[in-house]
Design a protein around this ligand. Structure first.
Ligand SMILES: Cc1cc2nc3c(=O)[nH]c(=O)nc-3n(C[C@H](O)[C@H](O)[C@H](O)COP(=O)(O)OP(=O)(O)OC[C@H]3O[C@@H](n4cnc5c(N)ncnc54)[C@H](O)[C@@H]3O)c2cc1C
Length: 373
């Protein structure tokens, strides 16, 4: 998403989202997942009790909405993907002590507001095209300081476009300490607001950058302390998604309400996914779980998955060389362990060629049971 507009704006929107969360935490009087506090408009009115008769506060309260469970929505978040959205005007809240309206985002110059709207317009065009072509679109996850905005915008895109199937997928990075909670929150929102939820689960590509930034600016490292903790987070999050799909199946509801891409080159994670699917009773033909690896990497994982009937995709970086190279070099850097995987791939290829030469089957094409969706 950072390629579609000025990344600085995503940074600002992310800051607003974090501030809005803090405001809601003050209202809830505690920490944790705001959705589980079930705060209603009446709670907000009580919170603003001392200043509730001020004209601006009254006006603010008339705009606050709630969902079908009565849970409060401080801002009309759907507005963020409207092509006429005014960021500076949308994100204002009353101060509970003085009653004065406080901007959660500093005044944005009209030119930058326009840039934001342009970015949203480009995104809408891309997603609409994907919908017309009946293909899915995965929105990549980036650094944590952009991520609240990317996630929020993507969730709104899901709400808008995922009304009959999961077209838009958000990406969740399991190296982050909060990922399980974030996924549960978004799954809840999808359920309560009745849209199809699409998620690409990854471990995360920016670990060194995240840690260096946290150390330099003196805030808590947002990433898990070890590779094992990241793996645990991945497996726990995936298991929760599978569990919820099973609940949908058991309730005779559309299991495709939740669609997951297991995007990993890690064999243990792919094995874990297959085993858990089996255990929980989700089959490849349910077409709710798919797998993804980058083109040129780990074909020995992708191909057998496809041959065994699982939906398996290769991610193809596409674009002008000067723009694609930084992406590829990042992949090479983050995947230092990939050299090991490439060695394994070469070994497997060599043994296959030797086997075919010995059997005189150089052009042998293995036949799988794969039915494309
Ligand atoms: C199809 C596809 C799409 C992708 N899209 C995105 C995307 O949108 N956003 C994104 O950020 N990444 C994305 N990635 C990259 C992904 O996040 C991983 O960096 C990459 O796949 C390596 O992780 P792995 O599970 O494949 O393999 P592994 O080699 O088993 O895992 C390496 C990963 O483990 C984690 N890790 C390693 N050491 C530690 C440690 N000490 N503490 C905590 N965690 C650690 C890191 O996340 C590291 O990248 C994508 C990958 C694929 C295959």
């Amino acid at each position: 998403m950072t390629a579609l507009g000025r990344p600085q704006l995503l940074l600002q929107v992310s800051e607003v989202i974090m501030q809005a969360r803090r405001y809601m935490m003050d209202l809830a009087g505690s920490t944790g997942n705001i959705l589980t506090h079930h705060k209603t408009i009446q709670d907000l009115e009580r919170y603003l009790g001392n200043v509730a008769d001020k004209k601006e506060v009254k006006e603010f309260l008339t705009k606050v909405t709630s969902d079908k469970d009565g849970i409060l929505h401080l801002f009309p978040w759907t507005g963020i993907i409207n092509e006429d959205c005014q960021l500076s005007e949308t994100f204002r809240v009353p101060d509970p002590v003085t009653g004065q309206m406080r901007r959660l985002i500093s005044k944005i110059p009209p030119k930058e507001e326009e840039m934001f709207r342009n970015m949203i317009r480009r995104l809408n065009t891309i997603v609409k095209t994907a919908q017309d072509l009946d293909v899915r679109i995965m929105i990549d996850a980036e650094q944590t300081y952009f991520q609240p905005a990317i996630s929020r915008i993507t969730l709104e895109m899901m709400r808008k476009y995922n009304t009959e199937k999961a077209i838009v997928f958000n990406t969740y990075q399991c190296y982050l300490k909060d990922t399980y909670k974030e996924v549960c929150t978004d799954l809840e929102q999808a359920k309560r607001q009745n849209f199809y939820f699409g998620a690409k689960l990854v471990r995360g590509a920016y670990i060194e950058q995240e840690r260096a930034r946290a150390a330099a600016l003196g805030y808590e490292d947002p990433t898990n302390p070890s590779f094992e903790a990241t793996t645990e987070m991945y497996h726990k999050t995936l298991t929760e998604c599978l569990r919820r799909i099973r609940i949908l199946k058991d309730a005779n509801m559309d299991p495709k309400k939740i669609a997951i891409m297991v995007a990993s080159h890690n064999e243990d994670t792919v094995r874990f996914a297959i085993k858990k699917m089996e255990e929980i009773g989700i089959h490849p033909e349910d077409k709710v779980i798919c797998f993804g690896q980058l083109l040129g990497m780990c074909d020995y994982i992708t191909f057998p998955l496809g041959q065994a009937g699982y939906s398996a995709y290769k991610y193809i970086p596409y674009g002008p060389v000067n723009e694609v190279l930084p992406y590829l070099s990042r992949r090479a850097q983050e995947n230092k362990g990939v050299l090991q995987k490439i060695k394994k791939e070469k070994r497997l290829l060599l043994s296959e060629i030797t086997k075919r030469l010995a059997k005189g089957q150089l052009f042998y094409k293995p036949k799988g049971k794969y039915v494309p969706i």
